[in-house]
Design a protein around this ligand. Structure first.
Ligand code: ZN
Length: 144
């Protein structure tokens, strides 16, 4: 059994997905939450695949509608409307595909940046400089 610390009061040996024996705080199962979370690039990959499939299917279908029924005088106007909608759906998904690729690039660029931001020593020295700026030096004894 995996025990955890209460995030509110710090009491040890608590069961996840129960209430803290000391302060009554609800303890979520953090290991389960992490497993359930799907990384954004997985969603982007799925979106890309679905967009490509939709583009191929809608353009193929509209082409077939025009090729088989398009030049017959008996063709109902709804056939043309349907073919038009299929072309529109294909075009919308080309847009989605382009946007998904841009998001993918942004995500790839962002991920190493956020990692280096938290670990670079420049971040620490910057915050030290900020602390020095904010500190009150008025009660410092005058130099002898
Ligand atoms: Zn607690």
């Amino acid at each position: 059994m995996n025990y955890m610390f209460c995030p509110r009061c710090g009491k040890a040996e608590q069961l996840p997905e129960s209430y803290c024996r000391q302060c009554g705080f609800f303890l979520p199962d953090l290991s389960k939450l992490e497993k359930r979370e799907i990384p954004p690039d997985e969603h982007l990959k799925a979106n890309t695949a679905l967009s490509v499939l939709t583009i191929i299917a809608s353009f193929t279908l509209s082409f077939l509608l025009f090729a088989i029924l398009g030049f017959s005088s008996a063709t109902h106007p709804l056939i043309y409307a349907t073919a038009g909608i299929l072309i529109a759906i294909g075009s919308w998904h080309i847009q989605t595909l382009i946007r998904t690729q841009k998001l993918k690039q942004q995500w790839k660029r962002r991920t190493p940046l956020t990692e280096s931001e938290t670990s670079t020593p420049t971040f620490k020295s910057a915050s030290t400089a900020k602390l020095l700026d904010q500190s009150d030096l008025s009660d410092t004894p005058p130099p002898v």
